[in-house]
Structures are given as structure tokens and as C-alpha cells.
Design a protein around this ligand. Structure first.
Ligand code: DQA
Length: 386
């Protein structure tokens, strides 16, 4: 059983009391209990430790060597200053995820810099306490099936994780485009569970990061990145470019449909002719229609922010590509009507469309590799790429 150490630094003992408007009302005990439960769900175990003392944290990191499989650390304000903690984390050479409950990139400027960032595998911020759950998942899936990360551009967010099935290629491949309303706290670790699951089903996964709002993204940069990431598949001889799917969740569902319809676009704004055209587009609880999203203020103004005062050429539907739409009827973030309306319009326009609806599922069920809804989707992807 894998074991992870969850470390909390100065002032996190005051969770629930300190600035509840920023850090919430849950206490440190609540958080630690959540972490134990989240780890249990992954078949793992956590130990927790909190201290206001830098030296005590360093000792805990040293003692973690050869005992734990990874560390989740919220070092509080020490994250911004403590080279000693950074050295300790580097010295023990364990995989580490740095967590911040708040969005440290949208607060005082001194919080935006982390001296730990260069020595950790990932920094997760601005997701509330759930950030610890995502951190544990990141460590879990990185250990279960380590990805190879490749740059498809020069910006630090122009990267993607490749996970190959075992055995010789050429392998079919599924591009994964995460959601989060294109906002920077939400990163590709959201799709790690699906990425690992697909690889174990014989489909390579290409889990894409892209520039997001708050970090250089929005129209057109995000679209430029998605196009470049899809075309970057041509760099891998081990992939079968005749058997490509593009799947996106939530706001990433829009990106997936856009990527699939690229061969129909006048590409003025986003550059070159597509080098890869997918065989299947998959929208998971997707934002399929930006106009309706603006009208209903989906994601608290996210679409308006994404458009940056402009618009996106939307030649779809039809995409001209076989399309699978999956949605949970209990989705309160992106109503299921987005998928149903899109399916109706796409069929009328001549696309081959399949819809999978689930009465019980919510928004995040689609990126939970353990749900029956995802299993149905995964089976369809495997079949379409056979
Ligand atoms: C924090 C952010 C830090 O800037 C701050 O000093 C903390 C908490 C967070 O979890 O958001 O103590 O790490």
C-alpha cells in the first residue's frame, strides 16, 4: 500500500478560524480526516503532521525518506521564503506536490512566488481543501503509470503528458483537454485518472496543458495551444494518427469539439492547417455552446473572460467527425441540456452523434475513472479507435 505524508506549515493549525473568507470554515482536523478518506479511496494511506516551526517541518521531511512514497505539503507563508524547506524536499528526492488552499496567484504579489516550486512535481492552488485531494490523486496516478512530459511550445504551460499502453505500437491515442472554465488553478491533473485508465485499455493518452485565464490564456492563445498540442502527435512514430480521439471535460469539451472541427475552420486567428484530424470527438459534460454559456453566465463570467472582447469562429455543429456526448443529469455546473441541444443540432447538420446520459451523475463523475459513466465512455472510445 502506498503511503503519503501530508504536511501543513505555519498558521494552518488555525484553519476554520483564520480568514474563513479565504480559507473556509473547516478545521485542520477536518482537513486531515478528509485526506485520510481520500487516500483510502485510492487504496493508499496518509500520515499527517502540522507545525509552525520550520525546523520541525524539515525534520519531518527528512524522516519521510524511505518511509513514504510521496509528500503533499502546504508550507503556508514559508512557501514564499524558505530555501531550507526547498533544500530538504530536494534532498529526500520523493515526489512532492505543493498545495495552497487559496489562489496565491490572485492575491498579494509576494504570495505568487514559491521558492518550493522548482523542486516539486506540481503546485496546486486555488482549489480550496479539495486541492489536497487532487494532490493525492496526482501522486497516486504518477506512481501507477508515470507519464513522459513533452513540450509542444516554449511557454511553460505548453506541455502534455504521454502515457503509452504496454506492448509495441502503433497505438491509438486519445487527446485529453481538461476543464475548469479555462482558469489557471485548474490544470491537467484533473484528467490523470482517465489518462491512466485509457492507457491500461490500450489507448495512449496525451493529456494536454494549455495557457489559461490568469496565466496568458483565453482567446486566441488557448486555442493556439490546443491546435499545436494536437498536431504535436505527429512527432511520435509510436502513435497511429489514423486512430485519434479528442476528449474534453466541461470547458475542455468545447475545446475538444473545436479541435475536431479545425479542418473546417478558416484558420486566420490560430495559424496553420491541421496536421491531425481526429476520428472521434468526445465532450464530457461539455460547454458545447458559448452563446448560451454567456447568456446564462455559466462559470461566473468565464466565457466572457475567455473571449476577451472578441469571438471564436464556430463552424460546428457539424464538426464532420463522429461525436460522443456524455453528461450527468445532476450536473449543476454545466446543465445536461448543453449536450442534448448540441446533439440535436449536430444530428440535424449531419454528424453521427451518440449521447450517454446518466441520471445520478454530477459534473465531476465524468472525470472520475471509477464511475460506470466513465467506463461506458471509455469502452466507446476503445471501440471507435479499434
Ligand atoms: C496558503 C497561502 C500562503 O500565502 C499563506 O501564507 C498561508 C496559506 C494557502 O493555503 O493558501 O498560510 O499556503
Amino acid at each position: 500500500m502506498r503511503r503519503y505524508l501530508v504536511l501543513n506549515g505555519p498558521n494552518l493549525d488555525l484553519l476554520g478560524v483564520r480568514r474563513p473568507d479565504i480559507y473556509g470554515t473547516a478545521t485542520l482536523d477536518d482537513l486531515e480526516a478528509h485526506c485520510r478518506a481520500w487516500a483510502r479511496n485510492l487504496g493508499a494511506e496518509v500520515r499527517t503532521f502540522q507545525s509552525n516551526d520550520e525546523g520541525a517541518l524539515i525534520d519531518a521531511i527528512h524522516q519521510a525518506r524511505e518511509v513514504f512514497d510521496g509528500i503533499v505539503i502546504n508550507a503556508g507563508a514559508l512557501s514564499h521564503t524558505s530555501y531550507a524547506l526547498a533544500d530538504a524536499l530536494e534532498a529526500v528526492a520523493l515526489p512532492v506536490v505543493e498545495v495552497h488552499i487559496s489562489n496565491v496567484r490572485a492575491r498579494e504579489t509576494w504570495r505568487a512566488t514559491s521558492v518550493l516550486a522548482p523542486v516539486v512535481a506540481r503546485t496546486i492552488y486555488g482549489r480550496g481543501l479539495e486541492g489536497y485531494r487532487w494532490a493525492l490523486r496526482f501522486l497516486h496516478f504518477a506512481a501507477a503509470r508515470p507519464p513522459d512530459t513533452f513540450a509542444y511550445g516554449t511557454h511553460p504551460d505548453q506541455v502534455a503528458d504521454l502515457r503509452l499502453p504496454y506492448g509495441p505500437g502503433p497505438h491509438p491515442v486519445c487527446v485529453l483537454l481538461h476543464g475548469g472554465f479555462w482558469r489557471d488553478p485548474w490544470q491537467r491533473d484533473l484528467m490523470d485518472g482517465l489518462a491512466v485508465d485509457l492507457a491500461s485499455r490500450g489507448v495512449a493518452s496525451w493529456n494536454v496543458e494549455y495557457r489559461r485565464l490568469g496565466a496568458g490564456g483565453g482567446r486566441p492563445a488557448t486555442l493556439v495551444d490546443v491546435a499545436a498540442a494536437v498536431d504535436a502527435l505527429t512527432g511520435f512514430g509510436v502513435l497511429d494518427l489514423e486512430r485519434v480521439a479528442v476528449a474534453g471535460h466541461s470547458a475542455g469539451g468545447f475545446l475538444a469539439l473545436w479541435a475536431a472541427s479545425r479542418h473546417r475552420l478558416d484558420l486566420g486567428e490560430v495559424g496553420s492547417e491541421p496536421e491531425v484530424t481526429p476520428r472521434l470527438a468526445v465532450s464530457l459534460a461539455g460547454v458545447t455552446d458559448l452563446d448560451t454559456a454567456v447568456d446564462t453566465d455559466l462559470g461566473n463570467g468565464a466565457v466572457t473572460a475567455f473571449l476577451r472582447g472578441g469571438s471564436v469562429a464556430m463552424p460546428f455543429p457539424p464538426t464532420g467527425v463522429k461525436t460522443l456526448l456524455a453528461h450527468g443529469e445532476r450536473d449543476s455546473d454545466v446543465p445536461a441540456t448543453f449536450s442534448l441541444e448540441y446533439a440535436r443540432a449536430a444530428r440535424a447538420a449531419g454528424d453521427a452523434v451518440e449521447v450517454i446520459m446518466d441520471r445520478e451523475a454530477g459534473h465531476m463523475s465524468l472525470i472520475d475513472e471509477s464511475t460506470s459513466l466513465w467506463h461506458q465512455v471509455a469502452e466507446d472510445i476503445v471501440e471507435a479507435l479499434a
